[in-house]
Design a protein around this ligand. Structure first.
Ligand SMILES: C[S@@+](CC[C@H](N)C(=O)[O-])C[C@H]1O[C@@H](n2cnc3c(N)ncnc32)[C@H](O)[C@@H]1O
Length: 227
């Protein structure tokens, strides 16, 4: 079961310019049957890719890159990898990187679950972010949701001890489902007594604004990898 639906879409002129001009920041990986399906023997040497050894942060489904580019700009000492299946959004992230003069982000246009499995080594991440993952709010689609026990097992294996997983959603039942999975997962401890306070490092994106405008509440969660 794949956790995403590839959203093709035409790039606008500025996205096309960013895609062409900033392609050094796109990591192209060997693919399997579809263009977002990573070959199981694919490999990326992140130390070579960034030209240094630094703490590594991964975001899955970064959208247009608001959060990752802001963090990368504020933390030049941290390396950032974004998995995003929507090419025009990845291109917008590249454009945002250029506007902010940020070079410590790499984009992989591929499924983040496969990316985490194949391209990220065990115990190598200081942080993982899943902000506003697709809600799949119809009950019959819940099985497509990203945050499940199997995915939590994968994240636990990729985070370093004390590494942090930040999550946010504006769908109350998905937020509850995340808590149900993560509060009892042996690999994690809840960094807060329950819901996390809004993390100041998470800028307001159009997805969040849309949720708020529709009257939905936003839930932040934060879990720490047990040592
Ligand atoms: C609702 S949007 C949220 C975007 C961003 N995190 C934000 O807060 O604005 C979900 C994003 O995740 C991407 N996405 C969904 N499933 C994915 C997957 N399995 N791997 C990588 N990206 C995924 C979508 O293309 C979309 O950009």
């Amino acid at each position: 079961m794949v956790s995403f639906v590839r959203r093709s879409g035409r790039m606008n002129a500025s996205q096309q310019r960013a895609w062409a001009g900033q392609s050094d920041f796109v990591v192209r990986v060997p693919v399997r049957s579809s263009s977002t399906s990573i070959a199981p023997d694919a490999d990326v040497d992140w130390t070579a890719e960034f030209g240094r050894t630094a703490p590594l942060l991964v975001e899955i489904g970064g959208g247009t890159g608001h959060a990752i580019v802001a963090h990368a700009e504020a933390h030049p000492d941290v390396d950032h990898v974004v998995f995003e299946v929507h090419e025009p959004s990845a291109a917008s992230t590249l454009g945002r990187m250029a506007r902010h003069g940020v070079s410590n982000v790499r984009l992989v246009v591929a499924d983040g679950v496969e990316g985490l499995t194949v391209l990220i080594g065990p115990r190598s991440l200081t942080e993982l972010w899943t902000f506003f993952p697709d809600p799949w709010h119809k009950a019959r689609h819940h099985k497509r949701r990203l945050v499940t026990t199997a995915f939590a097992d994968l994240v636990a294996s990729r985070l370093r001890p004390s590494g942090v997983w930040r999550l946010a959603t504006d769908w109350a039942d998905y937020a509850d489902a995340m808590r149900e999975v993560l509060d009892v997962h042996p690999g994690f401890e809840n960094a807060h007594a329950g819901w996390a306070p809004r993390w100041p490092g998470r800028p307001l994106t159009k997805f969040e604004a849309k949720g708020l405008a529709a009257g939905r509440q936003v839930f932040d969660l934060c879990y720490r990898r047990r040592g």
